[in-house]
Design a protein around this ligand. Sequence first.
Ligand code: ATP
Ligand code: MG
Length: 483
Amino acid sequence: MKNIEEVLEWAEKLILEKTGEPLKPIEEAILKGVWSGKKYSQIAKEYNNCRESHVKKEAAKLWEKLREELGEDLKKYNFRSKVEKKYRVSQSPQSGHCLQVDVDTVNQFDTVNIGHQFVQTIKDTQQRSPSSPDSSPNSSPDSSPTQNSSPIIDLTDAPDLTEFYNRTTELNTLKQWILQDQIRLITIYGLSGIGKSLLTRQLIEQIKPEFDYIIWRSLTETPTLSSLKNQLQQFFAQSQPPPLPTIIDYFRNSRCLVILDDLQNLFQSGELAGQYLTEHKEYGQFWQQIAKNHHQSCVILLSWEKPREIATLAAEKQSTRTLNLKGLESDAEEILKEHGLTDSEKWPELINLYQGHPTWLNIIASTILELFDGSVSLFLGDPPQPPLKKGGQREEIFIGDLKPILAYHLERLSKLEQKVISWLASQNEAVDISQASGLREFSKSELTEAMQSLGRRGLVEKISERGRGLFQINRIFQEYIKL
Ligand SMILES: Nc1ncnc2c1ncn2[C@@H]1O[C@H](COP(=O)(O)OP(=O)(O)OP(=O)(O)O)[C@@H](O)[C@H]1O
Ligand SMILES: [Mg+2]
């Protein structure tokens, strides 16, 4: 109870100085309740069974009084983290103290009172999490004064930080969603090897001081939801006993970042995109809970396919965003440079052909080295050979070693999708499915569903032309299917 007593003392003094009035009993009840992650309805019940609306009104006035000290965006769900962040030992810019506290002499999350300042000390990552090392060589704590210098991190399932090019736009978008917009559930989906995991790994490097806990889990082994929850709970509980009842309680209490990679393993193969295997259906409800409940944490899902309920949550304007990750643009040239390819004037054409997809470009670059001594011109054929189609498109694209990767994606399609995509592959231009005589055997709703599903897998794109929605298959998949 020591922590909350310190907070109450701090709030009392602050409000007295600001308004000349003492902390009211209902304000005290609100602070106590919010600190321990309770809902307003629960606080109201425990406070003489008063009306929830009364508690909400009083809380709004209370946050107003504390905003000057804790920031304009102060709300119920971020109150605790703001207090903890602001009054942390040797991190409080207002305190003017450079306080040295021997972390071994105080308990974890212990508090120290310095005049008005509420100060929290946290042991470093190694001490608190010996079994959960941060594998990154670049993971030394950030020393920024307002940030958490020692989040607890478990990146054992994450990829290593390797050479990483650009993605500035995507990184900025994600940072905006997480740090400014406080989005609770983010899905990054895109083709295999497009760079979802590496992008997210890079993102962690840039935002980790903002979090108390960061954990990365791969779903390749398709854990049941309860086993995943147990793993997360154990991770969070290691530094804040006694255990809290649910994951959402941890999400409310601390700022947690959870990355769940390879989500597509939970989906059924041979069915429309984003449908859970029967034994994993509960995951969908878990995402809904994460998006709908108030808390201060963020979950990032990485997947080949966009989960169905994510679209619904977005439509309901819940706290969720989706990023469909595409290829690298001109920065993909760095990949070709790394392989030592030549004829740099032809690189944009090569990148365009393979859609800036980093893995595809790595594979094709190896082929170019092996068969054309690194000459991109010879590989592409210069003067243009094979001939260009009407509209400047090549007749033929070399697929070679990309085949197994493309096959993985196509093997997952439903029967309906397979038929539709085969037909799309035989078309030379984007098509209007309502006019497609080759697809008469399917009803309009079947076709719409198939297109939607192929879109959720990133295999088909919708383009607008003269007010009409046309569908276009990914050129590399088209080439592979035609082979
Ligand atoms: N921004 C980048 N800069 C340089 N190389 C990259 C970049 N993004 C991806 N790559 C290359 O592509 C490879 C695949 O990236 P990553 O593992 O992140 O893909 P993914 O989308 O997570 O794939 P999967 O869905 O199969 O797990 C990396 O190992 C790296 O070689
Ligand atoms: Mg990955």
